[in-house]
Design a protein around this ligand. Structure first.
Ligand code: GAP
Length: 454
């Protein structure tokens, strides 16, 4: 039996739709196969995932710089990279209903849809094609990039010359990629339009194995630091026949998705394949001058390549939890504060007009620092549940006592503990709590947390 996390994908899909995380693309027209739209909460979550990645990979390091290359590239790029030749899946077609399947998909030798006879396998390239300019002929054909990596390789010399880098150094990029996948499904796990977060890390040949191990550990820990349970992650080495045409070695960081262990991110040792290929096809020098050895070398490349959408799905699945509070079932997303779409919700105890001015004042103050939501509809209990279900770590409640003592209540999503703090220290307290500081380390004026169970 396939091992799974126990979280049902259907629950996540339905929560995502119900609460505005993710919708099917072009839903009013019946949807478009394997394309997804991120709603108000989804877009925040996705931005936070990308920001956390950029922070760890670029902002907090001095050996990686960023890039934002265009999606459309010179078609020769894809000849050099091997995608025109190698980025193919063998397909069979049903001679009756003309549906196409990956050759390894039908369990028997007949069409899974109508039982018809199947053709011999034919190679199908997964790159999307379009045309540049007004004439739609072969000469004007360009591809939508199937990976962001090639924009990095083709800019290697530009970045090297302008940012005065020495090996080892990396170039990071986040951006859209497109693949005309034959087998899609499992929600946003495999779609035809998705986003990648890739680093191409250039190293001296001979130091590549060391850097490969370094990146395996670094990337695994990134997911753990952002809250994914270690037990739901594993590293799996590619077997020889699985290795991509460019890879000397490759590991997948796999997550225990509802359909079983599946790839979340790939970390490959690409050797000097890409720079050699681009040098050959462009006629340009792609080498690096090693000042120590006084010679030109072709750097080796270690590539941690993750999917934004797959990470979003893993973070959603891993954060999903159900518990019982005051005898009622509670659904919650235990997001790491850095990923939570909304960090703070400001909730007046009721819509009483006396409370509104102060609640609005608190809201305006807090939203300058954190993504904040103001919610005054329905009972306070219902509003807490709503915020739990979308993973908001902290709720701030303004009540009648607040009008007298200018203190408000902060409620913690995970422990359900509450604390009253002066409005003057609210922002600092929220910041400390969101940064994961111990409850005791409160700014002056903060009082002790009041637990429900205390
Ligand atoms: N540059 C190397 C490369 O593109 P890959 O393993 O094909 O390697 C890297 O893709 C990551 O991109 C995967 O680990 C996955 O997270 C994401 N990815 C690939 N195809 C995808 C798809 N069809 N839908 C969603 N994410 C995808």
């Amino acid at each position: 039996m396939t091992q799974t996390t126990g979280v049902d994908m259907e629950k996540i899909v339905s929560l995502c739709k119900r609460r505005g995380f993710i919708f099917q693309s072009s839903e009013i027209y019946g949807g478009l196969g394997s394309c997804w739209d991120y709603g108000p909460l989804g877009v925040e979550l996705k931005r936070n995932v990308k920001e956390a990645w950029w922070k760890a990979m670029v902002q907090e390091r001095d050996d990686i710089v960023g890039l934002d290359a265009s999606i459309l590239m010179h078609p020769q790029t894809w000849v050099a990279s091997g995608h025109v030749q190698e980025f193919v899946d063998p397909l069979v077609e049903c001679k009756s209903c003309h549906l196409r399947f990956r050759a390894d998909e039908p369990e028997e030798d007949k069409c899974p849809n109508c039982g018809g006879e199947l053709t011999e396998p034919r190679m199908f390239n997964l790159m999307f094609k379009t045309f540049m300019g007004p004439v739609e002929d072969e000469a004007a054909m360009v591809y939508l990039r199937p990976e962001t990596a090639q924009g990095i390789f083709t800019n290697f010399q530009n970045v090297l010359n302008t940012s005065r880098r020495k090996l080892p150094f990396g170039i990071a990029q986040i951006g859209k990629a497109f693949r005309n996948e034959i087998t899609t499904g499992n929600f946003i796990f495999r779609s035809r339009e998705f986003e990648q977060m890739e680093v191409e890390f250039f190293v001296k040949p001979g130091s590549d194995k060391e850097w490969f191990d370094y990146w395996l550990e670094e990337r695994f820990n990134w997911y753990v630091k952002l809250g994914i349970k270690k037990d739901n992650l594993r590293l799996r080495q590619h077997t020889g026949d699985e290795l991509a045409h460019y890879a000397l070695d490759c590991y997948d960081i796999e997550y225990l998705f509802p359909m079983g262990w599946s790839e979340l991110e790939g970390i490959a040792n690409r050797g000097d394949f890409d720079l050699v290929q681009h040098a050959k096809h462009s006629g340009k020098d792609m080498s690096y001058f090693d000042e120590e050895a006084q010679e030109h070398i072709m750097p080796y490349i270690i590539e941690p390549s993750g999917g934004v959408d797959r990470s979003v799905l893993a973070f959603l699945l891993d954060a999903y939890d159900e518990d019982v509070v005051e005898k009622e079932k509670r659904v919650l997303l235990r997001f790491h504060p850095a990923l939570a779409p909304i960090k703070v919700a400001v909730l007046p105890l009721s819509r009483n007009e006396k409370l509104v001015p102060m609640a609005k004042e608190v809201y305006v103050e807090v939203r300058q620092a954190f993504t904040t939501q103001y919610d005054d509809s329905q009972s306070i209990g219902r509003r807490y549940r709503r915020q739990d279900e979308t993973g908001t770590p902290l709720c701030v409640t303004v009540d009648f006592q607040s009008l007298d003592d200018r203190q408000v209540t902060i409620r913690d999503r995970d422990s359900l503990k509450q604390i009253r703090v002066p409005v003057d220290t609210l922002r600092a307290t929220l910041a400390a709590k969101l940064a994961g500081e111990a409850l005791e380390v409160l700014p002056p004026g903060g009082s002790k947390w009041l637990g429900f169970e205390d």
